[in-house]
Design a protein around this ligand. Structure first.
Ligand code: AMP
Ligand code: MG
Length: 345
């Protein structure tokens, strides 16, 4: 049902859907970007100013959608085509920034976050908005073949606005980081326009600044089993991102193959149902949540430490919750939860 609605929205891609003041003090607009409903809410801002900001954000989101999309033809597909052909290509500042930050996070996460595995993502059929995908996984030989070529964002060289790589298997896919960076850029735009109380919510992943009047912004954290597992009250400027293995997957008979891949094996990651990260940057929160799903139960603490995170929540396949002491201070659970608090990372 939700997908059907999203498909209808996709037909009106990036059309400004709603802009109305729903509650006193609030202005709200919705956009459809990257297969996700993007909601922007301001609090306490002048109505005219909010409308102007929403129009500006609309244009920005359209540019992002066109330039960053991993499979709809645009700047990123041009860049990937150039890489495959061994040619240098001119990027733009946002893609250069996404690439540079990806390189840092790929390194810090020991390759668990790797946005150069677009070839693998495509091989698995995950270049679609239409989930679940039915059918068997790709052949082992095709996966091995891609793995041997070892694509990495660190293979990308940047000279001014130009990017190039000697590794022709590099195919950039910013699916694990784009929403995060989009929320950062949107918050920057709002800030430049003098709007300091706002929330930019990309399908449940968000960055929030300021407050909702006399109270903080309240953010619900989804339970992979359905419903909400808890609520976080955001502090002045925070990004709260969740990566899940429960919504986007391929399935064959009763076997599910979720959309987050371990770049080291080429296979989807199981074991963890969802990871939530709170930090002060959308881009990092988004990429880190993806990386920590890949890290799994045995490695997430090391990877979180190396990414400098202190607020992390993991839910494993059996519904058991693992969380850092700092996250435990921040989340109010909705019901009784079987949790294990990790005191030090
Ligand atoms: P997210 O929902 O933020 O965890 O992002 C998942 C998306 O990131 C997938 O649909 C792929 O486009 C991409 N992706 C999958 N596995 C990885 C990975 N290990 N590192 C970076 N991006 C990935
Ligand atoms: Mg992510």
């Amino acid at each position: 049902m939700r997908l059907a609605i999203l498909k209808i929205l996709a037909l009106t891609a990036c059309i400004w859907l709603v802009s109305c003041s729903e509650k006193p003090g609030e202005q709200h607009a919705e956009f459809f970007v990257f297969g996700t409903l993007m909601e922007v809410t301001t609090w306490g801002a002048d109505k005219q100013l909010s409308r102007k900001a929403f129009a500006r954000l609309h244009a920005q989101f359209q540019d992002m959608h066109r330039d960053w999309h991993a499979w709809e033809p645009g700047l990123l597909t041009e860049i990937n085509d150039a890489f495959a052909a061994g040619q240098a290509v001119t990027a733009n500042p946002a893609i250069l920034e996404l690439t540079r930050r990806s390189q840092e996070i790929e390194e810090q996460s020991g390759g668990r976050f790797n946005p150069a595995i677009g070839g693998l993502v495509r091989l698995w059929g995950f270049h679609t908005s239409d989930y679940p995908i039915e059918g068997p996984p790709p052949g082992k030989a095709a996966i091995e073949d891609l793995l041997k070529q070892n694509p990495s964002s660190l293979d990308v060289r940047i000279h001014g606005q130009e990017m190039s790589t000697r590794n022709r298997s590099v195919q950039l896919d910013f699916g694990g980081i784009a929403k995060g960076y989009a929320t950062d850029l949107a918050i920057d735009t709002l800030d430049q326009m003098g709007i300091s109380n706002a929330i930019v919510n990309a399908g449940g992943d968000l960055r929030a600044v300021g407050r909702h009047g006399d109270r903080p912004w309240r953010v619900a954290i989804r339970d992979p089993a359905g419903g909400i597992i808890g609520v976080v009250e955001s502090r002045e400027d925070e990004a709260i991102f969740t990566s899940g293995n429960y919504e986007r997957y391929r399935q064959e008979n009763n076997q599910r193959y979720p959309h987050i891949l371990d770049p080291r094996t080429g296979w989807p990651v199981e074991e963890i149902s969802s990871v939530t990260v709170i930090t002060n940057e959308g881009l990092l929160a988004d990429a880190a949540a993806t990386a920590l799903i890949v890290a799994g139960l045995s490695e997430w603490q090391d990877v979180a430490y190396s990414l400098n995170l202190d607020k992390v929540l993991l839910i494993d396949e059996n519904g058991r919750v693992y969380l850092t002491a700092e996250m435990n201070k921040r989340i109010g659970f909705s019901g009784k939860v079987d949790k294990k608090i990790i005191e030090t990372l």
